[in-house]
Design a protein around this ligand. Structure first.
Ligand code: ADP
Ligand code: MG
Length: 610
């Protein structure tokens, strides 16, 4: 890693290591290249442009549609000692002018703007006087009509960039973009030979769990049990109806939990104030409908629990993904009851009061999406694999960090199965043919489909030799053999299975092979609760200190330190400022600001014997 990049990372952000994709993007930007990066929520996109912003001459402009987030982002920058600011319609005229003058004097390295702001005369004149080195377009999918969140104001960005006296480096970031949307971004923004990076959808720190609970009463019980094991942690509980939100919130408050609520039926002021209570950790639990969450950047959400099954996998992954943005371990749990499907089906099939009746095709489409979500809730496969495959990634069949992997998988000897599969592929090739995966599975299973029979494939010696295994399992093993290169897949449009150079290891050398597979009789879903071997008492003391400092500074607690940083303090137990600097998330300014208070607390805790 380049020396300057490394020291900037530590000094200003307090990190010693990059997350996936960050270093490549930063390097590309510093070399003057345009960038288009697609990275999941919480992956750390901000850092990818904030580090270059500090190292490049001149000013970096960040265009973002979420005015409510700018304050947070800038707060976090300033707390790390980075000169940043924002200009948008939420500022009082006096503040706006003051910020603008400081920007004109070159006092900032990073300036956040809303797309609507780009048309303003004062912004034009600012960019005429201060050199702009980098323009960042956050949530870049908003530029495409094909994205799920099109903003017409984004279309002006190109003209704005063209109007600058020198073309700046241009970088586009988003968490969601299909190939079509990516193409649109490149075309509309006129990115020049951009460095393109898509890191995939996986969020390693998230634990996925499904618990099947038929009755609502039992769900409340399960929830209370979970909460009692996760005291003081912040979490979101999603319910499908406003009524359930009201009821559940009341139960939690009666049980003594700091819970608040959010749904579209509340007055604006109450929604705002409840949201603030949650963000500022005055109330650690948010009970909400899916109306809650857009633009919520709270990094220390330790769990997202769906009390009812959501409408589709897209919403589920987006909502669940609000957990663990700080990279620390976090849980995404679904409490599933088949009974809930009736509510969802009703909501899909009926339009809301005052709205025109829904079109049949739309209803059918939404019911299909709900079906995919139901498969997720009932599968015995790896839950993470299900989600990632849904989004087009090619995950392994076992992640080891979901409720199915934790309780329903075991290591199974697949040597014989592998020999059967590979010899079947050999036999097919001996006849001068090649087929896709589905056909190979059909032959092994001994199925009788039209194409198979018409080609006389039932006379293959391997026809039906795996009749005792279900198709899905054969397919899973076949995928594993391909991933491990014991077999190969050739062709793009119609990929066919072929023998590979490693096939012989299985067939001739009889190499033994094992893999993790769902147990043949999978036990009912359970939510495995993991306990970290951390000094929980110290952690809660550190949290109390953080909360006090946050209150004094009137900032959300996670702006001061993320939970991940506090956990790292518990592991490293720094007792002087130099050691404190080794904590993840502690940069130079944070060390100076908070080092004394935190190390003193840790000293007292460890000397006092906890
Ligand atoms: P997003 O990709 O959703 O915009 P953010 O930029 O908001 O994600 O970052 C999410 C969290 O990850 C923040 O709390 C940030 O401090 C943390 N983070 C980013 N990069 C790193 C890193 N290299 N090491 C540790 N934490 C990081
Ligand atoms: Mg972001």
């Amino acid at each position: 890693m380049n020396k300057h990049i490394r020291s900037t990372l530590k000094t200003y952000f307090g990190f010693t290591r990059f997350r996936r994709g960050q270093e490549e993007i930063i390097t590309a930007l510093l070399e003057g290249r345009d960038v288009l990066a697609v990275m999941p929520t919480g992956a750390g996109k901000s850092l990818c442009y904030q580090v270059p912003a500090l190292l490049l001459e001149g000013l970096t402009l960040v265009i973002s549609p979420l005015i409510s987030l700018m304050k947070d982002q800038v707060n976090a920058l300033q707390d790390g000692g980075i000169p940043g600011a924002y200009l948008n319609s939420s500022l009082a005229p006096g503040e706006y002018q003051a910020t603008l003058s400081r920007a004109l004097r070159g006092e900032y390295k990073i300036l956040y703007l809303a797309p609507e702001g780009l048309k303003r005369e004062d912004i034009r004149s600012l960019t005429g006087q201060v050199p702009i080195s980098l323009v960042v377009i956050d949530e870049a999918h908003c530029i495409s009509q094909w994205g799920h969140d099109f903003r017409p104001s984004y279309l002006f960005i190109r003209e704005f960039i063209q109007g600058l006296s020198e073309r700046p480096i241009t970088a586009a970031f988003t968490a969601t973009a299909t190939d079509q949307v990516k193409e649109d971004i490149v075309l509309i923004l006129e990115l020049e030979n951009p460095y393109m990076l898509t890191t995939g959808f996986n969020r390693e720190n998230l634990y996925f769990g499904v618990q099947k609970i038929p009755r609502n009463r039992d769900k409340v019980q399960a929830l209370l049990e979970y909460l009692s094991q996760h005291q003081d942690k912040s979490g979101i509980l999603y319910c499908i109806t406003r009524k359930t939100v009201e009821e559940l919130c009341a139960v939690l408050c009666a049980e003594g939990y700091g819970a608040t609520r959010y749904h579209a039926g509340l007055e604006d002021w109450e929604r705002q104030s409840n949201q603030d209570d949650f963000i500022y950790d005055r109330k650690p639990l948010m009970v909400a409908t899916n109306a809650f969450g857009m633009g919520i950047d709270k990094s220390n959400v330790s769990f997202v629990i769906h009390f009812n099954i959501p409408m589709n996998i897209e919403s589920y992954y987006q909502e669940a993904g609000r957990a663990g943005r700080d990279g620390g371990p976090a849980d995404c749990l679904l409490l599933y009851s088949p009974h809930d499907l009736r509510t969802n089906t009703y909501l899909i099939s009926h339009s809301k009061p005052g709205e025109p009746p829904k079109d049949r095709a739309l209803i059918d489409h939404q019911l299909e999406l709900l079906k995919a979500m139901t498969y997720y809730a009932t599968t015995t496969d790896c839950l993470r694999a299900r989600l990632l495959a849904y989004f087009g990634d090619r995950p392994a069949n076992y992640c080891g960090n979901c409720s199915n992997c934790a309780t329903g998988f075991e290591s199974i000897d697949i040597s014989i199965a592998a020999q059967k599969i590979i010899s079947c592929v050999y036999r097919i090739e001996q006849r001068g043919k090649r087929f896709g995966k589905a056909m190979v599975v059909d032959i092994l299973r001994g199925n009788k489909n039209q194409k198979l029979l018409s080609q006389g494939l039932e006379s293959l010696s391997t026809y039906g030799i795996m009749a005792d295994m279900d198709s899905h399992r054969i397919r899973t093993i076949l995928d594993h053999l391909i991933a491990q290169e014991y077999l190969a897949l050739e062709g793009d449009t119609y990929p066919v299975v072929c023998a590979a150079s490693r096939s012989g290891e299985i067939i001739f050398e009889k190499k033994p092979l094992e893999m993790m597979l769902p147990k043949e009789t999978a036990p009912p879903h359970t939510v495995a609760v993991k306990t970290a071997a951390l000094d929980e008492r110290l952690l809660s003391k550190l949290k109390a200190l953080r909360n006090r400092l946050a209150q004094e500074a009137n900032k959300p607690a996670y702006i001061i330190f993320s939970d991940a940083s506090l956990r790292d303090m518990c592991r490293k137990l720094p007792v002087n400022t130099e050691q404190f600097l080794s904590v993840s998330g502690v940069g130079r300014v944070k060390m100076e600001k908070y080092g004394d208070a935190f190390t003193r607390l840790i000293r007292e805790h460890t000397i006092g014997g906890g």
